[in-house]
Design a protein around this ligand. Structure first.
Ligand code: PMP
Length: 350
């Protein structure tokens, strides 16, 4: 028998959101509007180059991101989605036995990627659906290597504010890498949710994670990145799987960055719909916490799986975390209305 690491045998695999032909898919926090028009046009031009390897240094994309964020390109590392970049960050600092702290529940890839990197998972319970930064700081030990702060948090949709985040970063020792995962940053109210890049751009132990999968509507092409101090970024780049970001993905991301007006228009539509869905759910007797993301969280506890089953049986796919809650992505207005109608028929059971 081949020797397999015991920690992997016990590890639960990542569970992707379901897809089904003809169904309304509100299970993966994707953008419902399809490719940005400029991205679709650019992809059509590019297929001729696919027999060659892509630019491993992703130079055009790094330059475009550097211009967007007003930093030098040596502060940015890219990967095949921010999931790969999460793994890269863990491989850079965690290693065998290194402790990795994060709120729970949060992004389900954190424990998986930590374990794959050989690190030790330290989960700190949320408080009222929000990451408890004080308890997370208290969980940092001499063995801690990395802390994830998911802001806004997936799947509970809540955020932590500027003063709490500042106090947290001030408290974490400098040898520990703080990763602020801002996958849903574009959907958050800037008055309530800090931009960690603006706040901590000069800190050597803070890295900010962003993705093209959500507001930029590129989940299928796999591009994410992190921004941090050049010293740590140089090491993170070494951990990338060679050529993991395809040439199509790089060029699509460059084209997407040029469409910030269309992105902003779509984000505004999604935020308006999110607020409508939240309002209507509350009127029906549900209790979603205030969302700063492109999804809402229904803390239905032991009814979560049954609620998701009720939706699925009626052609709407939502994401259940059995025993905890249900995450519902904001889709097109008519999709959200279809979901709300199902939530209304279920609400008699609340
Ligand atoms: N971080 C968070 C908080 C997420 O919710 C997700 C996607 N579900 C990711 C990172 C990774 O997204 P991607 O790999 O598509 O960039």
């Amino acid at each position: 028998m081949v020797h397999v690491r015991p920690s992997l045998i016990e590890l639960q695999s990542y569970v992707p959101g379901h897809k089904a032909p003809g169904a309304v898919v509100l299970a993966s926090n994707e953008c419902p509007f399809g490719l940005l028009p400029g991205v679709a046009a650019r992809l059509g031009e590019l297929t001729g180059g696919l027999s060659r390897y892509p630019d491993m240094g992703a130079r055009r994309l790094l330059d475009a991101l550097a211009a967007r964020h007003g930093v030098s390109p040596d502060r940015i590392a890219v990967g095949a989605g921010s999931s790969e970049v999460c793994g890269q960050l863990l491989h850079t600092v965690a290693g065998p036995g290194g402790e990795v702290v994060f709120g729970w529940r949060s992004f389900e890839a954190y424990p998986i990627l930590t374990t794959v990197a050989g690190g030790a998972v330290v989960q700190v319970p949320l408080r009222g659906h929000v990451q408890d930064l004080e308890a997370m700081a208290a969980a940092v030990t001499g063995r801690t290597r990395l802390v994830f702060v998911c802001n806004p948090n997936n799947p509970t949709s809540t955020s932590v504010g500027e003063s709490a985040l500042r106090a947290f970063v001030d408290r974490v020792p400098e040898h520990v890498l703080v990763v602020v995962d801002e996958a849903y940053h574009e959907y958050a109210d800037p008055a309530a949710v800090p931009d960690a890049l603006a706040l901590f751009g000069d800190r050597p132990n803070v890295v900010v994670l962003r993705t093209f999968s959500k507001a930029y509507a590129l989940a299928g092409l796999r591009v994410g990145y992190c921004v941090g101090a050049p010293g740590i970024i140089a090491q993170v780049r070494k951990t990338q799987t060679p050529f993991s970001v395809s040439g199509l993905a790089q060029e699509a991301a460059v084209a997407a960055l040029q469409e910030h007006e269309e992105v902003a228009r779509r984000v505004a539509l999604t935020v308006g719909e999110r607020d409508r869905v939240t309002h209507d759910l509350r009127a029906l007797g549900y209790d979603p916490p205030p969302s700063q993301a492109n999804f809402v969280w229904l803390p239905l506890g032991r009814d979560s799986a049954a609620f998701a089953g009720h939706c699925l049986g009626n052609g709407v796919i939502v994401r259940a975390f059995p025993g905890e809650g249900v995450r519902v992505t904001i889709g097109l207005p008519e999709e959200n209305t279809a979901f709300l109608a199902l939530a209304a028929t279920w609400s008699t059971r609340l």
